[in-house]
Design a protein around this ligand. Structure first.
Ligand SMILES: [Zn+2]
Length: 110
């Protein structure tokens, strides 16, 4: 994926996340409309909004960091081992900061 495409995709993601976060920080009833897919859970609307907000905020941070790496010319390299992140992984997750191996290690550490 070339840098221009990566930037466009990241900026689209950022705009989308900003919109979602705006909704989530607003009216909890709007959130219920927004997340109709997981009806039937015991979570209150406010709990669900909070959970989604946490996920969206983390992803937003990842996207912003990816844009920063683009600007620094190090986009597409694993932040841990420095090896190139495979193309297919970046296609699926343009904000990915690590190669699959390092991401696995990172997640096991939690
Ligand atoms: Zn790595």
């Amino acid at each position: 994926m070339d840098v221009t495409t990566a930037r466009e995709r990241l900026e689209d993601m950022l705009a989308e996340l900003d919109r979602s976060i705006g909704v989530l920080q607003g009216d909890p009833v709007a959130v219920r409309e927004y997340s109709a897919a997981d009806a039937g859970s015991d979570l209150t609307d406010a709990d669900r909004a909070q959970a989604m907000l946490t996920v969206a905020s983390a992803q937003r941070r990842a996207v912003i960091e990816a844009i920063k790496r683009l600007e620094e010319g190090v986009y597409g390299r694993c932040v841990d081992c420095g090896r190139p992140v495979p193309e297919g992984r970046l296609e699926a997750r343009p904000e990915a900061a690590r190669c699959v191996q390092c991401q696995g290690k990172q997640e096991r550490r939690r």
